[in-house]
Design a protein around this ligand. Structure first.
Ligand SMILES: [Zn+2]
Ligand SMILES: [Zn+2]
Ligand SMILES: [Zn+2]
Ligand SMILES: [Zn+2]
Length: 339
C-alpha cells in the first residue's frame, strides 16, 4: 500500500453529508470519506492540486471506490430527475449488428431505477426496470475492472441488455444528464428492417407543403416533398408514396407517361381533381422550398426499403389528420392566407 500522502481524493463529504469538491472546500470544515466515511483532511498547498486525504490510512479504501460510488449515484439521480421532469436521459452505442451508432433514452417511459438489486447470479450497479418490476436494462460502472465472467454469463442467461460506462472524475457532472457513448451488450439493433427482404431501411421524412396553386382552377395545392433522406429521383417514389400521401391529406395519382416507361406519382388538385402533370415534382431541401414561398405544414418520419419500395411510418409519428383539421396547422398559423 502506498503512503497516504500519495492517495488523493478530489471529493469528500462535509459535516452535513453533502459532497464537496476539494477546490471549493473551506479549510475550517470537518470532512469524511464518501466511500468509507472515515475522517479526511483537506490539503490545499502551493504545489499540489487541492485534494482530500484520509486522516489515518485506510488500506481498504481507494479513490476508485469513491469514483465508482459517485458515478453510480449521479447516474441514478440523473435518470430519476429526467423521469420526474419529463426529460431525456440519453446514451449512444455503436451497434455491432449494423455498424452504426444508435441513440437510446433511459427515461423514455415511466420506470424505476434501483441500486443494490440482486438478480439471478449478478448484482448490477444500477437496474432500470418497468413499474411492474420487469428488468429492462442493467448499467455497469467500470472503474477498475470489467464485469466478471460469472456476471457476463448471468446477464446472458437473463437476456438482459447491459450498458457499460467507464467514467473518469471529469465525467461525473455529465452523468447527471446522460451516459454519453457506452459499450452495449445484448442491446437490440434499432435499425429498421424491411418486412419483405429483411434489408436495412432508410429513414425518410415526408414533408407536406403549401404555396403552390392548381394550374387549372387556381386553388391551393397540397403537395409532398422529402425533407430528410434521399431518393435518387422522385420517379422512384411511385407507387409506394401514394398511400402515404393520402394519409397526409395529399392527393396523388399513378400515371404511366410514355417518356419514363415507368409509373410515376403526380399531384392532384383537391378541388378540381386535375393532375398536375406539367409540374415537375420537387425534391429539394426545406430551405430552398421555403425561399420559394412554400410552407412546410406537416412532417411525417418514415422508413423506406429502396429495394421493395415499402414505406413504414415511424412509431412516434404525428397524429393522423381529421376532416375538421386537415393539416394540423399549429394554432398561431391558422388563418394565414396561402400564397
Ligand atoms: Zn475512504
Ligand atoms: Zn444497429
Ligand atoms: Zn425490402
Ligand atoms: Zn384545381
Amino acid at each position: 500500500m502506498e503512503a497516504v500522502e500519495g492517495i488523493q481524493y478530489p471529493y469528500a463529504l462535509d459535516k452535513g453529508g453533502s459532497i464537496v469538491k476539494a477546490v471549493d472546500a473551506p479549510r475550517s470544515e470537518i470532512y469524511s470519506c464518501i466511500a468509507c466515511k472515515e475522517r479526511m483532511v483537506l490539503r490545499r498547498g502551493e504545489i499540489k492540486r487541492p485534494h482530500f486525504a484520509h486522516y489515518t490510512e485506510n488500506p481498504n479504501c481507494t479513490p476508485e471506490t469513491v469514483l465508482h460510488k459517485m458515478a453510480k449515484d449521479n447516474i441514478r439521480e440523473g435518470i430519476e430527475t429526467a423521469l420526474s421532469c419529463g426529460l431525456k436521459y440519453p446514451f449512444t452505442w455503436h451497434c455491432p449488428v449494423c455498424d452504426q451508432e444508435h441513440k437510446g433514452d433511459l427515461a423514455r417511459n415511466t420506470r424505476e431505477v434501483k441500486t443494490e438489486v440482486s438478480l439471478d447470479g449478478v448484482r448490477p450497479d444500477i437496474l432500470v426496470s418497468s413499474t411492474k418490476g420487469k428488468s429492462l436494462v442493467a448499467i455497469e460502472v467500470v472503474v477498475t475492472h470489467s464485469p466478471e465472467q460469472e456476471a457476463i454469463e448471468a446477464y446472458k442467461q437473463l437476456k438482459l441488455p447491459v450498458l457499460l460506462v467507464e467514467p473518469g472524475w471529469e465525467d461525473l457532472e455529465n452523468l447527471k444528464s446522460g451516459l454519453g457513448l457506452v459499450e452495449a451488450w445484448q442491446v437490440l439493433c434499432v435499425a429498421k428492417r424491411c418486412p419483405k427482404c429483411k434489408g436495412q431501411m432508410e429513414e425518410i421524412d415526408i414533408g407536406v407543403f403549401t404555396g403552390r396553386n392548381c394550374y387549372k382552377c387556381g386553388g391551393p395545392l397540397l403537395y409532398i416533398a422529402l425533407v430528410k433522406g434521399q431518393i435518387a429521383s422522385f420517379i422512384n417514389l411511385a407507387p409506394g408514396i401514394i398511400k402515404h400521401a393520402r394519409s397526409l391529406g395529399v392527393l396523388m395519382k399513378k400515371i404511366n407517361p410514355v417518356i419514363y416507361h415507368l409509373e410515376i406519382a403526380v399531384d392532384q388538385c383537391h378541388a378540381c381533381k386535375a393532375l398536375q402533370v406539367g409540374h415537375r415534382h420537387e425534391v429539394k431541401y426545406i430551405s430552398d422550398l421555403e425561399a420559394g414561398g412554400r410552407k412546410l405544414v406537416k412532417r411525417k418520419p418514415c422508413y423506406r426499403c429502396q429495394a421493395c419500395d415499402i414505406w413504414l411510418e415511424k412509431k412516434r409519428a404525428i397524429k393522423p389528420m381529421t376532416a375538421q383539421n386537415p393539416l394540423n396547422i399549429p394554432p398561431g398559423k391558422k388563418g394565414e392566407p396561402n400564397e
